[in-house]
Design a protein around this ligand. Structure first.
Ligand SMILES: CC(C)[C@H](C(=O)O)[C@@H](O)C(=O)O
Ligand code: SF4
Length: 466
């Protein structure tokens, strides 16, 4: 039988499939951060259960960590407690953690690939919805709840319903200044935030193969915003080159054996997907969200829609609510929207090529006087690399703030946040009401679009600006 990559990974990890129950999957890698793990550790403690395989776990601290003055004690007592609890739990169980002071610290979905901890064909979980990021390596990676975190720690397995399969094919070549982020937003604009419900998406086509690993991670990261359980991209030479030599990548004869296995993973010719969606890369313009859901998105050269543009009543009423919250008029040109703050960072766009992109556009220019621009590298390794390349100097000279790594303003749990009514251009993945601070208004964009908006004080079509 011809199989999709998802089916191959599923079959090779299936531990048990009861007749009338939920299948049980073997889990290879377990990622952790401070927000969704404390109750799971507590559950183990209460039941006197050990961790089955501590080597399957890699932990970090990211959501609550400050991005400035990190040497000082954390002011927020809740954040401080979460950080302490995480440190104690990891030391009690002798788990590998990149804590706040570690040179490897950063956002979980940034640091895990940097060390080659996830390989093609693996299953990986984390108490975090953006675990989908690691599908970029051809691994089946998805978010789980805290009680499942406990279950995986204790048993190395997870009860899981089998998903349907969706192929999203993007053929052609992206135009200059359209990025993986724009593919992600265009896909969600097309299928909607519920479009992928019940599915694992495989992204394929020449535009996907042309993406770097960083771009592939950006795209898979947002599969969850399209409602999918996970995103997947077939491993290829780009994947192998990225992994080779990394700390946790297979070495010597193990590398050759791993490579042979990885090469067997791509979907067989003729395998059947439940759903197929096709996009043409040339038609994907730089995208900007105008509303409070990632599907409320248009191309930068378009205008803000009006409720009457939607035949679906629910979407029309969502449009009305979003326009009111965002304080923008139907029919307004996207390029007329002024912004107060620019945030470049997050597990979607906090990687080295994102900072290269903003530095390239910023060099020799100045951040608009009305804008605060914040660059938050996804990890200390990204920060170090950027500094080696002098990107920080370009950004700081233009008026950007150059911070320490963390989730930061992606969800405003660490004190970095928008004020009431402030408007951001943000490279993160969610524009929900209040996501970046109570009353804050978020427009999701690519790093390049964010950098140009920082300079002009409003969105610009970078295709005819730079
Ligand atoms: C805190 C965590 C559970 C949450 C997630 O699951 O994604 C966060 O990372 C987010 O991006 O909203
Ligand atoms: S950077 Fe944002 S999306 Fe990613 S894990 Fe942190 S809060 Fe979640």
């Amino acid at each position: 039988m011809k199989k999709t990559m998802y089916e191959k990974i599923w079959d090779s990890h299936l531990v048990h499939e009861p007749k009338n129950g939920t299948p049980l999957l073997y889990i290879d890698r377990h990622l952790m951060h401070e927000v969704t793990s404390p109750q799971a550790f507590e559950g183990l403690r209460v039941q006197h259960r050990p961790i089955r395989n501590r080597h399957s776990i890699l932990a970090t601290m990211d959501h609550c960590v400050p991005t400035v003055d990190r040497h000082l004690p954390i002011k927020d007592p809740i954040a401080a407690k979460q950080i302490d609890t995480m440190a104690n739990n990891c030391s009690e169980h002798d788990l590998l953690i990149y804590d706040m002071q570690s040179v490897n610290n950063g956002v979980i979905h940034i640091v895990v690939p940097e060390h080659g901890f996830i390989h093609p064909g693996m299953t990986a979980v984390c108490g975090d919805s953006h675990t989908a990021t690691h599908g970029a390596f051809g691994a089946l990676a998805f978010g789980i709840g805290t009680s499942e975190v406990e279950h995986v720690m204790a048993t190395q397995t997870l009860q899981q319903q089998k998903s349907k399969t969706m192929l999203i094919s993007v053929e052609g070549t992206l135009s200059k200044y359209s990025t993986a982020k724009d593919i992600a937003l265009a896909v969600i604009g097309k299928i909607g935030t519920a479009g992928g419900t019940g599915h694992v998406i495989e992204f394929a086509g020449s535009a996907i193969r042309d993406l770097t690993m960083e771009g592939r991670m950006t795209l898979c990261n947002m599969a969850i915003e399209g409602g999918a359980r996970a995103g997947l991209i077939a491993p290829d030479e780009t994947t192998y080159a990225y992994l080779k030599g990394k700390e946790f990548a297979p070495k010597g004869e193990h590398w050759a054996a791993a490579l042979a296995y990885w090469k067997s993973l791509p979907t067989d010719d003729g395998a059947i997907f439940d759903t197929i969606v096709e996009l043409k890369a040339e038609e994907i313009a730089p995208q900007v969200t105008w509303g409070t859901s990632p599907e409320q998105v248009v191309a930068v050269n378009e205008t803000v829609p009006s409720p009457s543009d939607f035949s679906d009543e629910i979407k029309a009423s969502a449009c009305k609510g979003a326009l009111a919250y965002m304080d923008i008029e139907a029919g307004a040109a996207i390029t007329d929207i002024n912004i107060d703050l620019v945030f470049v960072g997050s597990c979607t766009n906090g990687r080295i090529e994102d900072f290269r992109a903003i530095a390239e556009l910023t060099a020799g220019k100045k951040v608009n006087a009305s804008v605060q621009a914040i660059a938050v590298p996804g990890s200390y390794l990204v920060k170090e690399q950027a500094e080696k390349e002098g990107l920080d100097k370009i950004l700081v000279a233009a008026g950007w703030e150059w911070r320490d790594p963390g989730c930061s303003m992606c969800l405003a749990m660490n004190g970095d946040q928008l004020g009431e009514g402030q408007r951001s251009a943000s490279t993160s993945n969610r524009n929900f009401e209040g996501r970046q601070g109570k009353g804050g208004r978020t427009h999701l964009v690519s790093p390049a679009m964010a950098a140009a908006a920082a300079i002009e004080g409003h969105f610009v079509d970078i295709r005819n600006w730079a």
